[in-house]
Design a protein around this ligand. Structure first.
Ligand code: FES
Length: 169
């Protein structure tokens, strides 16, 4: 049986084929790895931040799908030159989804993962400095909750596997 291709926009396809800012950043100020429990895919996000807390550059590595690569790519472009505060407040999965011209609803979580990785990186930057700006809420944002850290993701997936095995036996 052949699979029906997902209705991706031209922009998603273009960014998937020709992603911007793809690859490891050797001089990153902060790096965050995040995985999505919905599909088990992972992304690494790199930010270079200057003393004025402006994002000088951003890059990513993705082991996800076309939607994830496209949204991560556009996030790296959008945040360049933004203050951390503006990036935190303005970048939402909905905005990023709009920016790529929309995503099939089964792929919303892929954009959530891209923004979640960005927000995890911003939170980590301040944790590393041991400061907590008032605009970073104590509670994780929606996107961060969906973008689990590596260990949490492994635990979630292992739990799910166990449940599936128990259901089979
Ligand atoms: S299906 Fe996993 S990131 Fe898109």
């Amino acid at each position: 049986m052949s699979r029906v291709p997902l209705p991706y926009t031209q922009k998603v396809l273009d960014l998937f084929r020709n992603p911007k800012n793809l690859g490891k950043m050797e001089d990153a100020t902060v790096t965050a790895v995040a995985g999505n429990p919905a599909c088990g895919d992972m992304i690494t996000f790199y930010l270079k931040i200057n003393d004025q807390e402006i994002i000088e550059k951003a890059s990513f590595e993705s082991y996800g799908c076309a939607a994830n690569i496209a949204t991560a790519s556009i996030v790296t472009e959008m945040v360049q030159g933004m203050s951390l505060e503006a990036a935190w407040k303005e970048m939402t999965w909905k905005k990023v989804t709009e920016e790529v011209g929309g995503l099939p609803s089964v792929k919303f979580h892929c954009g959530v993962l891209a923004v979640g990785a960005l927000k995890r990186a911003i939170r980590k930057y301040f944790q590393n400095k041991n400061v907590s700006p008032s605009w970073v809420p104590q509670e994780l944002s929606f996107e961060e909750k969906q973008a689990l850290e590596e260990e949490e993701l492994a635990k979630t997936l292992a739990k799910r596997l166990n449940v599936a095995e128990e259901n089979q036996s």
